[in-house]
Design a protein around this ligand. Structure first.
Ligand code: GRF
Length: 185
């Protein structure tokens, strides 16, 4: 079976859904201390903390090289970013062409960027959702593999809306990853 790595920064509910699906997660990389890394360790998944720095001193190329070295060391075939908040340098996508997936909490190409849910709410959109796509050097672009719609409800807050979108991401993303792993194996 092809080997899957999951990249995380946050609460890890999508990682949890992948484990429960069940997907065989061969490696987790976290860019900061976060609940997602604890979930991985509790599930006995090899977990590498590649803590990043913030601000002008952050060397994106060097960080990306460190990520690639860990992936190669572990023989990873496919990467799924699941709430990973570091933008990696183009070298990442050259190293793993068409082998890096991402989930984004909007119906791309609408509402790219780090505040997709807030921006959808502010726009007055009645429908938003999530997108599973192949990640490329251009942020939140790359071929779309699957999307699910989520209605915006009266009285929604950024949090309530994001939770409903995440429920769809937890349903859809593991399915798409499973399909690709099978195709690669
Ligand atoms: C998801 O909505 C993902 O699309 C976004 O961050 C969230 C991750 O949630 N980039 P979790 O950390 O897996 O709970």
């Amino acid at each position: 079976m092809a080997k899957l790595a999951v990249f995380v920064s946050g609460t890890g509910s999508i990682l949890e859904a992948m484990i429960a699906y069940p997907l065989q997660v061969g490696l987790v990389i976290a860019d900061r201390e976060c609940p997602a890394a604890d979930i991985a360790r509790r599930a006995s998944i090899p977990t590498v903390d590649l803590e990043r720095t913030f601000g002008t001193g952050f060397d994106r190329e060097r960080y990306t090289d460190a990520v690639l070295a860990v992936l190669r060391e572990h023989g990873v075939d496919l990467v799924a970013m699941a709430g990973f908040m570091t933008v990696l340098a183009p070298g990442m996508f050259k190293g793993y062409p068409d082998r890096i997936l991402n989930t984004h909490p909007s119906l791309l190409p609408e509402f790219k960027g780090a505040h997709a849910v807030r921006d959808a709410l502010a726009s007055g959109a009645k429908i938003t959702g999530c997108t599973i796509h192949v990640a490329t050097a251009r942020l939140d672009e790359g071929p779309i593999l699957a999307q699910a719609e989520v209605p915006v409800l009266d009285g929604d807050t950024e949090r309530s809306l994001h939770e409903r979108i995440k429920a769809e991401e937890r349903r859809l993303y593991p399915e798409v990853v499973a399909r690709l792993l099978t195709a690669l194996s």
